[in-house]
Design a protein. Structure first.
Ligand SMILES: [Zn+2]
Length: 103
């Protein structure tokens, strides 16, 4: 068990939830065509689901982008002059800690 094992485990959980949310998001959009055959209140509930899903997705993305490095405590994927997706960042933008490194 490395020094950062638990922190990386939590990161992986958040990453997997975000990927699932991204996969599910087009489904909520596609359901728009299905819901038109149902009463208005079902279609309205569908729009609410779409909006809530979008907000949750946005919140998860913000949370992941705000991930701080477990070693140096600065933003893992971003410098002051650029923003990088934490999902795609192979290492800390500040101290070079490799993603999933144990120490
Ligand atoms: Zn760092």
């Amino acid at each position: 068990m490395g020094l950062y094992s638990e922190a990386w485990f939590e990161y992986k959980q958040l990453r997997n939830q975000l990927l699932l949310a991204y996969l599910g998001f087009p489904v909520t959009f596609a359901l728009k065509w299905v819901w038109r055959f149902f009463p208005d209140w079902v279609a309205f509930a569908g729009y609410i689901l779409f909006l809530v899903w979008a907000l949750v997705l946005f919140g998860m993305e913000v949370r992941l982008r705000g991930l701080t490095c477990f070693h140096c405590g600065k933003k893992f994927a971003s410098q002051w002059w650029y923003q990088r997706s934490t999902l795609l960042a192979p290492e800390c933008a500040h101290c070079g800690l490799k993603k999933y490194a144990e120490h």
